[in-house]
Design a protein around this ligand. Structure first.
Ligand code: NAD
Length: 264
């Protein structure tokens, strides 16, 4: 008997995807994985070529998710170039350290502008295209990159955690709003992922090796998550194999959320 499920190796054949923050780290790994599984993929980023200066088969669109005009233009251009949109990965994000006393209002607004309102702007611009995909039975999906910080109570991360808490609840609300239209919305909650972002964080530390060891010890698996592991979870939530899943958060965090182990 033929399986009703697509084989995961080409599950995105004929589908079009847009990945924000797709030039680096988790976003780049996701864009490359979706393309490898058959999708036509566009990345939206401040610098679409990213740290390694290459886009490969990915279409690059330069935009800042804090600028509504540039987001609308980039999403429209990407949909035109691809021939529609079936998948939106809202991944662009920035970090922030400190307690509530350590960051002034302007910094709170800057981080929320990227991490939360960036998702709002990109989703608003993409929804008409995703609705068209739903009407033709293509099962569109949105995946937001959230963080374990949304629910873990991490020290020295008040602003970042609050922004990701908003991403978490926004994911659930969006899932409820669009489920009847046939658009699924989920998020991933990564632990600490080995990306250029974490590289910059380690470079800035007084003792990068000790800082890396502390980050590794915080995760029960004793190692950092890889960008490819997060990309695989995003691809699952974005693709037809997760057609019955909406309004969920998939943890890719080395056991941080689910396990209660003491660091070794
Ligand atoms: P990264 O810095 O390697 O990549 C982020 C990308 O987003 C970059 O290409 C950057 O240019 C782009 N970007 C930033 N601000 C933008 C803006 N205003 N408009 C358009 N593009 C913008 O970071 P990463 O580690 O791959 O993180 C990606 C996402 O994963 C973020 O949302 C982050 O919060 C989340 N996350 C990361 C980790 C981690 O440990 N690395 C853990 C949990 C969640």
């Amino acid at each position: 008997m033929t399986s009703p499920h697509p084989t995961s190796s080409q599950e995105f054949a004929g589908l079009n995807a847009l990945v924000t923050g797709g030039a680096s780290g988790i976003g780049r790994a996701t864009a490359e994985l979706l393309a490898a599984r058959g999708a036509r993929v566009a990345v939206l980023d401040l610098d679409p070529a990213g740290p390694d200066g290459a886009t490969g088969s990915l279409l690059g669109h330069r935009a800042d998710v804090t600028d509504d005009t540039s987001v609308r233009a980039a999403v429209g251009d990407a949909a035109d170039a691809l021939g529609g949109l079936d998948v939106l990965v809202n991944n662009a994000g920035i970090g922030a350290r400190g307690t509530v006393e350590d960051n002034e209002d302007a910094e709170w607004q800057r981080v929320f502008d990227v991490n939360v309102f960036g998702i709002v702007r990109t989703t608003r611009a993409a929804l008409p295209h995703l609705r068209r995909a739903a009407q033709t039975g293509r099962g569109p999906a949105i995946v937001n990159t959230c963080s374990i910080a949304a629910t873990a109570g991490l020290p020295q991360r008040a602003l970042y955690s609050a922004s990701k808490g908003a991403v978490y609840s926004l994911t659930l609300a969006m899932a409820a709003d669009h489920v009847r239209e046939g658009i699924r919305v989920n998020c991933v909650t990564p632990g600490t992922v080995d990306t250029p972002w974490v590289g910059r964080l380690l470079d800035a530390a007084d003792d990068p090796l000790a800082e890396r060891a502390a980050l590794e010890a915080r995760q029960p698996t004793g190692r950092l998550v890889s960008a490819a592991e997060v990309a695989a979870a995003i691809a699952y939530l974005a693709g037809p194999l997760s057609g019955a899943t909406t309004g969920t958060a998939l943890a890719v965090d080395g056991g941080m959320q689910g396990l209660r182990l003491r660091p070794a």
